[in-house]
Design a protein around this ligand. Structure first.
Ligand SMILES: *Cc1c(COP(=O)(O)O)cnc(C)c1O
Length: 424
């Protein structure tokens, strides 16, 4: 019997052979309607709570109670340099040098701060290239930046979408557009993984092509960080930003991450919106009027960070560091390969997977579309039956089996419940 046969035995065998299986116990799995663990497939939207978060938060509360303001220097994780706890963890997570990464703000805020520095439109070169349909916040951010500089999004926001009748952007179409329009593009702002389709973009190739045309390149890694291996430094991207509450399990609204390539680390001629936390650490508390940015990504910080919101992210990034993206990616592909095989075996007539099948072009998420019938009703039937997945208008159910806490057995039950939801 082949490992990919659709059976509970095969699923359990895969779980038994899974070197990461024990990590599931490090997370709180929400109960389904019958009280047993739900089938949780929305780690791409809000990752589950690592058990160690509670204890680490309690430590911060205790230090605050015990030390008051002295916690800035005397807490067991002193608050003043708290963001430095993230430096090495983030550097390894996204393939960066330590001074290229910082934990700060939230994702859309960071996109704006990065655009202040790296979107420098001129009359000849005013445009931003994004994908279509982009996540609304990214589109709003880009369009409002264009307007802020006195240009017109109708003309200067260039959007590339899939061809008529297709679900994914063809990489060749993207390259051709950069080649043709590159001379008037100031900034290429694309996702690492597209939130709707799950398509992974060739970030290295895009960065090379766009920079050869004189454009800056930034990536929104909301759906990529903690999902696929990244090498931001080597790929040469100018900046990147990501939230920490999706694959990274940092908790609702968690503090985000940001990358600035080292070629910009000491460029004080870049415009930036500054704050005291980005100022040189040795003179910060002399409270002088001059601004001298810390070299590197830390120099873009504004405020002293909210420790109680940083702690869950720290707890979670420690787990990513202990496991490593390589092992996570290996299991992630095994999970999605298995789900694809079982969907093909059981539901090929009913369900279309719109996510690219090529392993280089997908992460954890598979986006499913019903070939006929009412997808929304099927989604609701799944929900009633203990499956947490999500529905994205107009017609997609997104499923993200994640390697830290999903089991192969979850996939087996999912395919069975989907079958039942469709066929009744
Ligand atoms: C989740 C997500 C966001 C959310 O932005 P916040 O500022 O964290 O609210 C933005 N863009 C993309 C592509 C996302 O996937």
């Amino acid at each position: 019997m082949n490992n990919l046969d659709f059976s509970l035995d095969a699923a359990r065998r895969l779980d038994r052979d899974d070197p990461l299986a024990e990590w599931r116990a490090a997370f709180h799995i929400p109960p389904g309607p019958d009280g047993s663990d739900c089938l949780y497939f929305t780690g791409n939207s809000l990752g589950l709570q690592p058990r160690r978060v509670r204890e680490m938060l309690q430590e911060e509360l205790d230090d605050w109670a015990r030390l008051g303001v002295q916690g800035h220097t005397e807490a067991r994780r002193p608050w003043m340099p708290y963001h430095e706890n993230f430096t090495e963890l983030n550097a390894r997570l996204v393939g960066a040098k330590p001074h290229e990464v910082v934990q700060m703000n939230s994702l859309t805020v960071n996109l704006h701060l990065m655009m202040v520095s790296f979107y420098r439109p001129t009359a000849e070169r005013p445009a931003i290239l994004i994908e279509k349909p982009a996540f609304p916040s990214d589109r709003h951010a880009a369009a409002s930046q264009i307007r802020f500089h006195g240009f017109d999004p109708e003309r200067d926001l260039i959007e590339i979408g899939p061809r008529e009748g297709e679900a994914n952007i063809r990489p060749d179409d993207l390259m051709a557009l950069i080649e043709e329009e590159g001379h008037r593009i100031a900034l290429v702002l694309l996702p690492g993984v597209q939130y709707y389709s799950g398509q992974v973009f060739d970030m290295a190739g895009i960065a090379r092509a766009a920079q050869a045309k004189g454009a800056k390149v930034g990536f929104d890694l909301a759906h990529a960080a903690g999902n696929i291996p990244l090498q931001l430094h080597d790929w040469g991207v100018d900046f990147a930003a990501w939230c920490s509450y999706k694959y990274l399990n940092g908790g609702p609204g968690a503090i985000a991450g940001c990358f600035v390539h080292e070629r910009h680390a000491e460029d004080e001629s870049l415009p930036r919106f500054a704050g005291w936390w980005g100022h040189d650490k040795s003179s910060r508390f002399r409270m002088g009027p001059e601004f001298h940015p810390i070299a590197g990504a830390e120099g873009w910080q504004l405020s002293n960070p909210p420790i109680l919101s940083m702690t869950p992210v720290l707890a979670s990034l420690q787990i990513f560091d202990e496991v490593g993206m390589e092992a996570l990616r290996e299991k992630s592909l095994k999970l999605s390969d298995t789900l694809l095989a079982w969907l093909d075996e059981r539901l090929a007539e009913e369900v279309e997977v719109i996510t690219p099948r090529n392993e280089q072009e997908r992460g954890c998420q598979l986006s499913l579309r019903l070939k006929q019938g009412d997808g929304r009703q099927v989604f609701e039937a799944l929900e009633d039956n203990g499956v947490i997945c999500d529905w994205r208008y107009p017609d997609v159910i997104r499923i993200a089996p994640v390697p830290l806490y999903n089991r192969f057995e979850d996939l087996y039950h999912f395919v069975g419940r989907l079958d039942k939801a469709i066929k009744g």
